[in-house]
Design a protein around this ligand. Structure first.
Ligand SMILES: [Zn+2]
Length: 106
């Protein structure tokens, strides 16, 4: 596997520093990437299939990036990492993200 860009060195199964918070604590990081308010999104875990609101995910801040973990199985479902190269969004641990319908033109 080759890549011109190296992903941030994060131990995905290791402990992150800082306290465990809920997904709302990570909403700011995702709000700058997603077109929708992240707190309105429903995320399905790619490991156990549990569906949970963004705000119900476990958030780990303060490490090399912002990590969201499934509250059921603690698998990493999403990570945002800001580097000099840009912002990495890794959602490989989730199977789907449900965005609510957007209001049509008035
Ligand atoms: Zn899970």
């Amino acid at each position: 596997m080759t890549s011109d860009l190296s992903t941030p060195a994060v131990h995905e199964d290791g402990p992150e520093s800082g306290a465990v918070l809920d997904g709302n604590a990570a909403a700011g990081e995702f709000a700058g990437i997603l077109a929708s308010d992240p707190t309105t999104v429903t995320v399905r875990c790619g490991s156990c299939g549990a569906t949970q609101a963004f705000g119900q995910l476990q958030a780990y801040l303060g490490g090399p990036g912002t990590v969201l973990r499934c509250r059921e199985c603690e698998a990493m479902v999403a990570r945002v990492a800001r580097t000099p190269q840009g912002t990495w969004l890794n959602i490989s641990g989730s199977s789907s993200w449900l965005f609510p319908p957007t209001p049509g033109p008035a």
